[in-house]
Design a protein around this ligand. Sequence first.
Ligand code: ATP
Ligand code: MG
Length: 365
Amino acid sequence: MIRLFRATHFRCLESAELSLAPAFNLIIGPNASGKTSLLEALAYLGRGKSFRGAGTQNLVQHGHQQFVLFGQVDGAGRTRNIGVRNGPAGLEVRVDGDSDGGAAALAQVLPLQVIDPEVHNLVAGGPDQRRRFLDWVAFHVEHEHLFVWRQFKRALKQRNAALRSRASAGTMRSWNAEFVELSQRLDESRRRSLDVALESLQDFGIRLLGTELAFEYQQGWSKEKSLDRALEEGLGRDLQLGVTQHGPHRADVKVSYDERQARKLVSRGQQKLLASAMILAATETAQTALERPLLLLLDDPAAELDTDSLDRLMSAVSGLGSQVIATSLDAEALSVPSGAAVFHVEHGVLSTVQAAVKRPGNTAC
Ligand SMILES: Nc1ncnc2c1ncn2[C@@H]1O[C@H](COP(=O)(O)OP(=O)(O)OP(=O)(O)O)[C@@H](O)[C@H]1O
Ligand SMILES: [Mg+2]
């Protein structure tokens, strides 16, 4: 769990420090006060990127050159210090003083998930989000996934470059063997991971939506063909477009709800619950694999949800045993469990309303 967090010159946060409770933390404040910015900074520390898809120039506080983030994370009997800096020199990552690891090293120390008002895009948006979701589960349950995924990405890039340079059909075929081998390893790793997560996915589906969810992995090429054959038959078109049309980079997870395809039929509130069920299931699956609680960031969980739905979401969240940091416009919208830390933020300035840990809590931004 992350027990201390500092952000300097990140969005509207001049200099913010949080002493976090191990279970539940609530950040309250009016619109544009900096609540989402705080969660975005925390997520950046665990991922090396923004969950709002923002580039560095939008994240650095106006009038400054770079932002700096720091966290102390307890786990497996020791405390790790992680830091991130981004600015004109690019992304710099430090884990216990070591700068070799990059964003993957951050994710190992501070694995986290986010439920924000855009979470419905996980079911309503394009397949890339669901691929990322499944790969995130796989990174945590399959030891080789990150390695295979990186190798596959490299092979895909090389194959696409060869297509664009109008390589001959013979040269293209010579690329296929490695591409197919890595595709199959990636595909199998994803299938196994979805299998491992399935029970949790169904369980959270019932708890949040009261109905069975169905998940079908779509591999990225026709079920009736081997990838070899799909590549052979698609070679002409691949050469025409300069892009590989078949492979695990085109995979998807089809999510159905009451026998309807979730991305087309459910309401926005239902889509949020469905996507949240997926995120909570992924979190539970990773927690079981890693044997430790993860960080769960909930940005304005009340948005789009009626009281009953919000209660179901929050009770499913509290049953997970994760470290939770939630934001809300006011303290009344969410019930705050005992032992929680409550922070107030206004114009990017944080103050502690209720400290779970005895520390001086006021921080001027
Ligand atoms: N790079 C930046 N430098 C300075 N201020 C910024 C920067 N980027 C965004 N802001 C400002 O930060 C403020 C806080 O935004 P944030 O999205 O964190 O608010 P919020 O508390 O989550 O609001 P809401 O309740 O509407 O979701 C906004 O006024 C925004 O304009
Ligand atoms: Mg916000």
